[in-house]
Structures are given as structure tokens and as C-alpha cells.
Design a protein around this ligand. Structure first.
Ligand code: NAG
Ligand code: NAG
Length: 323
């Protein structure tokens, strides 16, 4: 938790608080008070508010166009430090009463506090998870239908993000979709569906081709947040299904950045080798609401920022015209 004093200092010190980012709900961009309005992002994904121009939107965003460890990137096999799931302790409680699901304009985000992630002697607390469409990281050069980002923060104010690709399911759901029954303003517990393709611990890339119940449950209410700035309470969320799945795989680890302004570096990335899935109908429904929210793939780690590479190239092309 970030203390009120620190929040105040950060609010006073940083203009970047004015914009929401994929760090919304962390010390970089604390959430509004409980029950407050959902902020709508002022950056975007196309035109002059898109990622080619993020650095011009706020001084705090400079690193978007100068950083040399920017995310997302192509996750080529063999090029990353493989982190076995056994090397990290990962726990997220079920949200038996449901939790808040918000439309920030540039993403849809589930407020999910209380989980812990421990690795390399550091302890991180889950803040939220949100969705990108299509995926931001590339799986060996190939974009995936969507990507889920689980955003964690340590007491030392470091950020870790678990990225999980989401495919379009090729199998029908193994059971009926979660039954959602309204009951005194709350929802009845959805029926748990056991079936999910399992995999062994060899670190091989694994797929869940049946729709992931957690995702289908969350997206069953996505229509209620079609408009930016709106929020809805989800049905109860059973997290163990997805946790079991990603713990059975491994992670490609690297030190990168936030994929939205202010593009801060030093983010501990853990890209899961497990994949989740949504039904084709759910994918279309979510696509119509998100539209497009994927930053272009950044240069390889340690290489010059692509926007600087492009600026030099553009200047070289324009030089003869200026004469
Ligand atoms: C990654 O992509 C390259 C180029 O398409 C391909 O040759 C290689 O087999 C792929 N590796 C894996 C593990 O899929
Ligand atoms: C475990 O993974 C290895 C490597 O991909 C594969 O050859 C093997 O068939 C898998 N075993 C099971 C039981 O799925």
C-alpha cells in the first residue's frame, strides 16, 4: 500500500498524475478514492495522441522516445532468462464478492488487490489486471489475440508485471458458461469448470484451447462498461484456475518498461509460457469495446529507441528538401 503522505507528495510532484496509464492503481498513478469517478486516459493509440507522440504529451513521458529498455518486445524463444514457476511464490485470493471492473478509455481493468508475488527476494502485491488487444508482446514474432497484464507493486515501489497471452478458443466450453444469478444486488457464485488443458513442468509453451472461465466470467459483464469512465461489479472471480495454469508453465523474464506513458523503465517483466483463451463471441464483444490498445513492438533491449532511429532517418530524408 502506498501511504497517503507519499500519494500526496507524488500528486504534488508529478504532472503525470493527470493521465491514467497501465500503472493505474500503483504508486505511479494511485487510484481515486473508493467510489470515485473512473478517470479517462488522455493518451491514445492512434494519431497525435498515439505512441509515436507520447513523449510530446507530458514532459514526464520523455523516456517513451529515449529509453533503450522499452516494452513490449518480441519474445523470441531462447533469448530470455527462463524463470521456472517454482522460483516464485504466486498467490491471489478469490474475489468471492466480485470486484470492480473499469473502462479507462485505453484499457479495461479489474481492480484486484491482495495477491502476493515473491521472487528474487522481493515481495510484490497485486494491484490490478488489465487487457491489451491485440497482444503487446509478440510470441516469437507472432501477435496473439489479447494479452492480460497483472500489475504488482513492492513496498520499495518497484513494479512487476505478469503478461499472459490470450488466444481465441478452438474448443467449445467444457461446461455451460458461468451461471450468473442476480441476488440482492450481488451475484451467485458461478459454477466452476474443471476442464482446462494441463501441461507439464518442462517449460514448454502450453495452450488452453477451451475458454478460460475467469475471463468468460469477467467479460460476461463487459457490455456494462462499453463507455469510457464507467465501471461495474464483476460476478465472483475464482482465481485458482488461471493461477494453476500459469504456475504449471514458466516465464520469460526481462527488465523492461511500462507499455503506456510515462513508459518508466525498471519494470520486472514475467511473460508466461501458458496461454489463456476466450470464445470467439467473447473476443468480438471485447474487441468492439477496446478497439485497439497495443503499443508497437520496441527495439531489442539495449538498442537505441526506435523513435530516435526514425527521427535520424526522417532528418536524412528531409535534408535535401530543406536546401
Ligand atoms: C520461432 O520463429 C522462427 C522464425 O519463424 C522459427 O524458425 C522457430 O522455429 C520458432 N521457434 C519456436 C520455438 O517456435
Ligand atoms: C511434457 O513436455 C515435453 C516437452 O514439450 C513433451 O515432449 C511431453 O510429451 C510432455 N508430457 C506430457 C505428459 O504432456
Amino acid at each position: 500500500m502506498v501511504g497517503r503522505f507519499l500519494q500526496t507528495v507524488l500528486l504534488a510532484a508529478s504532472a503525470r498524475q493527470a493521465i491514467a496509464s497501465c500503472a493505474y492503481g500503483t504508486f505511479l498513478h494511485p487510484r481515486a478514492e473508493e467510489g470515485g469517478a473512473v478517470p479517462i486516459n488522455t493518451f491514445g493509440y492512434t494519431g497525435s495522441i498515439g505512441p509515436l507522440n507520447w513523449a510530446q504529451l507530458e514532459a514526464a513521458n520523455d523516456v517513451c522516445s529515449t529509453g533503450t529498455r522499452q516494452s513490449p518486445i518480441d519474445m523470441a524463444p531462447g533469448a530470455f532468462n527462463m524463470v521456472p514457476a517454482s522460483e516464485l511464490a504466486l498467490e491471489v485470493p478469490d474475489f468471492t464478492e466480485g470486484t470492480e471492473f473499469e473502462n479507462l478509455g485505453t484499457t479495461i481493468e479489474v481492480i484486484a488487490k491482495g495477491g502476493t508475488l515473491s521472487f528474487s527476494g522481493k515481495v510484490f502485491e497485486l494491484q490490478q489486471f488489465h487487457f491489451h488487444l491485440p497482444s503487446e508482446h509478440l510470441d516469437n514474432g507472432t501477435s496473439q489475440a489479447m494479452e492480460m497484464h497483472m500489475v504488482w507493486q513492492s513496498a520499495e515501489q518497484e513494479i512487476a508485471v505478469i503478461g499472459v497471452y490470450i488466444e481465441i478458443a478452438t474448443e467449445a466450453s467444457a461446461a455451460a458458461p458461468p451461471v450468473v444469478v442476480e441476488r440482492r444486488g450481488r451475484f451467485a457464485r458461478p459454477q466452476q469448470v474443471a476442464h482446462q488443458k494441463r501441461q507439464n513442468e518442462t517449460g514448454a509453451v502450453v495452450s488452453a484451447k477451451a475458454p478460460t472461465v475467469l475471463l468468460e466470467t469477467i467479460f460476461s459483464v463487459v457490455d456494462a462498461i462499453a463507455a469510457p469512465g464507467t465501471k461495474v461489479e464483476t460476478p465472483p472471480l475464482i482465481m485458482s484456475e488461471v493461477l494453476d495454469l500459469i504456475k504449471a508453465g514458466g516465464f520469460q523474464g526481462y527488465s523492461g518498461s511500462l507499455t503506456t506513458p510515462p513508459c518508466s523503465e525498471g519494470v520486472h517483466w514475467l511473460v508466461s509460457t501458458a496461454k489463456l483463451a476466450v470464445s470467439p463471441a467473447t473476443f468480438l464483444k471485447v474487441r468492439d469495446i477496446i478497439g485497439f490498445n497495443s503499443r508497437f513492438p520496441q527495439n531489442a533491449l539495449g538498442q537505441p529507441n526506435l523513435l530516435q532511429v526514425a527521427a535520424i532517418a526522417a532528418a536524412a530524408v528531409q535534408a535535401p528538401i530543406a536546401k
